[in-house]
Design a protein around this ligand. Sequence first.
Ligand SMILES: Nc1ncnc2c1ncn2[C@@H]1O[C@H](COP(=O)(O)OP(=O)(O)OP(=O)(O)O)[C@@H](O)[C@H]1O
Ligand SMILES: [Mg+2]
Length: 282
Amino acid sequence: MNPPIISATDVRKVYFIGDSKVEALRGVDFSVQAGEMVAVMGPSGCGKTTLLNCLSGLDTFDHGSVVIEGQSLEKFGDRNLTRYRAGNMGFIFQSYNLLPVISAAENVELALLVNGVHGREARHKALDMLDAVGLSDWKHHRPAQLSGGQRQRVAIARALANQPAIVWADEPTGNLDDDTSLEVLNLMRRLNAEHAQTFVIVTHDPKVGDFCDRVVRMANGRMVADGNGLTTAEDSHDEGAAHDAATEEDTSIADMASVRDGPSADSGLKDGTTTGTGPDAT
Ligand SMILES: Nc1ncnc2c1ncn2[C@@H]1O[C@H](COP(=O)(O)OP(=O)(O)OP(=O)(O)O)[C@@H](O)[C@H]1O
Ligand SMILES: [Mg+2]
């Protein structure tokens, strides 16, 4: 097997607020193969966003190591890490983080310009990406003139514009209705299949897990179950909550196995582009 594209060992992170201390990550081991689509699930406050931020270099951690594409995050240095992130990582946040005063096309184009792609090429690529997410007809619209699902698709286009090796998504369907969630998931699955990009998706939504190759579950700042349903030895005699979560996961992963391959890349293609009818005024 190839070395993992993401490898985290014993990652720990503590937040201090005044005198109180929150152990957000309590020794996480986690690795992802290139081209894998992994869902990270677990109860609110268990450390999912913290993990995503630490693994992607958006935030620092206190202990352990994170190796991305063979390079240790600690050894990047701030400037190199920022450059590496811009070129090799894409981020999809629940709140979209689109710039409100520029159009959908310009939001995508900006990500390319920041990464050193020049004017006309950046515009072409941005339009290609908007086309891929079924939004060609909305390219001049500003975020406020788009629906939630359309905004989310602009955010996906922006995250994928530089063809990053790794895409990090935090609750990418958190604000979306069922139909739009399905549309966004189909789109991500299709892009993952076409470009072999690695996706790490934090989610509360079991439907998102169904779309992924693997589901890992966190509880109390630790990994308590991996896609094969195994619980680590330490966790099996750790606190009850973690054990319960792992047991639940055994069942849900078994259930998932039968449906996981259901939404194929082909059906994704079909479903992912069905809502792309143009706006009334063209
Ligand atoms: N900037 C911060 N300062 C202090 N504590 C924080 C900070 N960010 C997160 N925490 C704490 O760390 C723990 C993990 O938070 P995190 O945001 O990673 O959880 P989560 O699993 O993403 O939850 P949710 O599903 O609600 O988004 C929580 O107890 C939270 O209160
Ligand atoms: Mg979170």
